[in-house]
Design a binder for this molecule. Structure first.
Ligand code: COA
Length: 175
């Protein structure tokens, strides 16, 4: 875990990784809300390569995704295609949340090996000293199709919390 007060070389590395992750995500990411309270988790492989990155920030509110019914006859494969293609909607009622996952990324060759799940587990026990965050206290920033499929599985519901969804503008002033 890299914290804002860590040595410059560590922060420089995190900055490089964040730029690479943002390029890989392929669209403009919302800027971090308060850099001095950001926590970055890096997943390092045995051969000392960064193969996972999670950037988390403090938030106050999240908004629940409104689940759309998947057509009943769909095979598993068709369900994934449906999930990938459809736009997602979320409630406009804010719900209290604590931790925002600003970015979550795993190296493409290492996906589906529970690396993202392990990073979130680690985040939940380390985000606030002495407490273990519940899944209800976590929100995902403007999730990608992969992010949505992952969050649905990890949270055990398609109605997980999101934030940063309006043109990258923060919704911290509500309610
Ligand atoms: N399609 C369908 N289900 C997926 C999925 C995908 N692309 N990615 C994760 N899941 C679901 C699966 O049920 C998976 O369990 P399983 O492999 O046993 O079926 C479960 O989530 C746990 O996934 P996990 O292995 O912990 O996730 P990961 O290490 O592969 O990382 C991402 C997931 C989203 C971080 C990774 O796909 C990624 O880096 N994508 C590109 C960046 C991105 O879009 N980030 C999301 C920003 S919101």
């Amino acid at each position: 875990m890299v914290l804002p007060d860590d040595p410059k070389y560590a922060l420089k590395k995190v900055e490089e990784i964040r730029e690479m992750v943002d390029n890989d995500l392929g669209f403009q990411q919302a800027p971090l809300m308060c850099y001095s309270r950001t926590k970055t988790l890096l997943f390092i492989s045995n051969d000392k390569k960064v193969i996972g990155c999670l950037i988390a920030e403090h938030i106050q509110w999240g908004y629940r995704v409104i689940e759309e019914k998947v057509p009943e006859v769909s095979s598993e494969n068709e369900k994934v295609i449906f999930e990938r293609q459809k736009a997602w909607c979320c409630s406009t009622s804010p719900e209290p949340a604590i931790c925002g996952i600003s970015r979550i990324w795993v190296f493409s060759m290492m996906r589906r090996k529970k690396i993202a799940s392990r990073m979130i587990e680690c985040l939940r026990s380390n985000f606030i000293y002495g407490s273990y965050l519940s899944k209800e206290e976590i929100a995902f920033s403007d999730p990608t199709p992969d992010g949505k499929l992952f969050a649905t599985q990890y949270c055990g519901t398609g109605q997980f919390l999101v934030y940063n969804f309006l043109n990258g503008q923060h919704q911290t002033l509500l309610p």
